[in-house]
Ligand binder design. Sequence first.
Ligand SMILES: Cc1cc2nc3c(=O)[nH]c(=O)nc-3n(C[C@H](O)[C@H](O)[C@H](O)COP(=O)(O)O)c2cc1C
Ligand code: SF4
Length: 710
Amino acid sequence: MLLGYFLSLWSDYQVLFCCFMLAGVVVLYISKHKKTRLANKSNGLEQTIEAEYIDKKVVQGLPTVKEKKPVKSSPKRIKSRLVKKTSGQACNGSGEQAACCSGNGEACCKNELSEESPCTITKELTRELIKIFYGTQTRTAKYFAQQLYESFLDRCECSMMDIINYETEDFLSESAICIFIISTYNVEGPLDWFYKWLEDTRYDFRVDKQALSKMRFAVFGLGDSAYGEQFCTQPRNIDKWLGQLGAKRLYPLGEGDKGSDQEKSFESWQLSLVNVLFDPSSATNIDLNNQIYDSFTPKLQSARKSKEEEEFVNKNRNGQPKRSLIEQETPIKEPKEMVTPMLRKSLTKQGYKVVGSHSGVKICRWTKSAQSDGFHFGLNTVRHRCLETTPSLACSNKCVFCWRHHTNPVGKEFIWKVDPPEMIFSECLDNHYKMIKQMKGVPGIRADRFQEAFNVRHCALSLVGEPILYPHINEFVKLLHDKHISSFLVCNAQHPSRLRALDKVTQLYVSVDASTKESLKKIDRPLFKDFWERFLECLDILSQKGQRTVYRLTLVKDYNTEEIANYVELVGRGKPDFIEVKGVTYCGYGGASKLTMANVPYHSEVISFVDQLNKNLGETYEVAAEHSHSCSILIANSKFKINNQWHTWIDYDKFFELLESGEHFTSLDYVAPTPDWALFGSPEAGFNPEDQRFYRKSKKNNNSVKNGGC
Ligand SMILES: Cc1cc2nc3c(=O)[nH]c(=O)nc-3n(C[C@H](O)[C@H](O)[C@H](O)COP(=O)(O)O)c2cc1C
Ligand code: SF4
């Protein structure tokens, strides 16, 4: 009835038109549906990224953005679109910028964006590639980069790479967000080429000053405040030059001090950076008054302090005495602990037992092997009863061959909390005995020596670090001597006043790692600028010490095996009783050292060096003993050849008797004859026939030597 009524109202022509319209709509719908299915099938990448992004955000509970209709686009097209969107203006270099410098440029800098706009812009960042570049030698920067990478992973596209593997020219066209986590090295380091390239680019007048305008960046620098004005120099300059080349700083430079809590500083910076990237509202807080900002940027910290101080002074202009804020309010700071939690972790991993807050103990390989067989010059009888320890894990050098892998603290002086010597002594012994106990089941351990090892007779203060930095070193040595434990102390010849003040020890070593200023700098990488003058002064002091003294020469091929004449001059200066020459130990360097097995001299090469040195030293010195297994040779002053027999060994009982008598005595007063098997040129080449060599199957043919220390 209705149809009849309808037909009666419309003409034939009008009905036909309606039918066509209906058919057209149906055909259009079917073809569109088919195309979408085909596109999805042919290329998964062409699926709409916006759709995916919105899904992820919902899952993570990130603030939502205006939903957009899915748009098909290839990743390339998306990237170019984003570059256009984010190529905002300026915001480089100055501290005034907000976190999201994309899109609205100026408005963004002034924090004048509407509530909605920064959100949308920042959300665009989250879809874009973030590249984390790290520059590291001892892997801390890599560890931090990894942490950051993981925090980005489920939020955006992100990659992480060693800056050493990145082509310089690529930076010029870089449009990703680049985050640099980089460490400072005042010697050859991981940043060298990038640093040089950036510096050249910055100062080359032919280069456009906006050359890096496509890049957005943030820098976190790792360094050590013990380096004084060189602290974080490379990251600071990189941050500055990137800004000056037009790159947009997304977040202010962060700095982590190895000597303080580096990890905490990084975490705080990371948190703020992530907030700023993903929660733009937090960006408005970035100014001088912001706690997060200045807590990791010392420069700003001090700027803030002076600002506060100025305010304080101004407030007190009403006739009251003007007292400095620092004077009034800064509490006297307790010195911090030397070993930070991160360092403790790292040292423990390397087998050290950290004692108190700045000392360490470790069983050296000779103590281990001496319970089966082994060697140590000077520790001629009871090497298995030797405690190897240090009351200062910190040192003022960064020697290329240092076996602590440059993970322990550095310092020019002892600036940390000081533990009492009694506590260090008893805890060192406790830890040492605990480690000995753990060796109970080790194959080859001799039962008699295992028992004796629980009665320490010697202490080698040579493990790592600089023992004479410890303010109570004399008290510590006295504790040893009171228990008739002999003292072998190795120092790095960088602290003349400490060396002068050092009381008598059983044997005093000075490391003579090179014979010229240039090679000493290259090999020891000292913290002191006047390291050479300090070194020479220490040798002069040694000549006046009137005790048993040894130069320790650690030969590193291609570093310090030449310049014999200079060594002769140094020997003339310090007049040591003995010169112990050994080949460097290879203990899997890497990290902050470029040493390889190729730098380890063969025993024959050590002999040849010693031969040359000995010839040039004249009649005062002669080659006395050797230990081929540890690649060591001993040159001795000929006064120790008594009645044509070498007396390079020590009479320990006599030493303590003389010490307790309070009378003056010299190194010649407590000597003992050298056994035949230890003499240079003997068939045993320093191997004690009483000892039995025990080879572990897998190690028998392993020629990598492991001993050392400073
Ligand atoms: C040989 C050497 C030289 C160093 N030079 C500096 C320096 O000049 N300035 C500085 O602040 N830190 C310096 N450091 C300290 C390192 O930058 C710091 O220990 C950093 O945490 C190392 O990071 P990494 O583990 O990623 O290599 C130096 C460290 C070493 C081993
Ligand atoms: S080898 Fe000795 S002097 Fe050199 S860095 Fe290591 S601890 Fe310091």
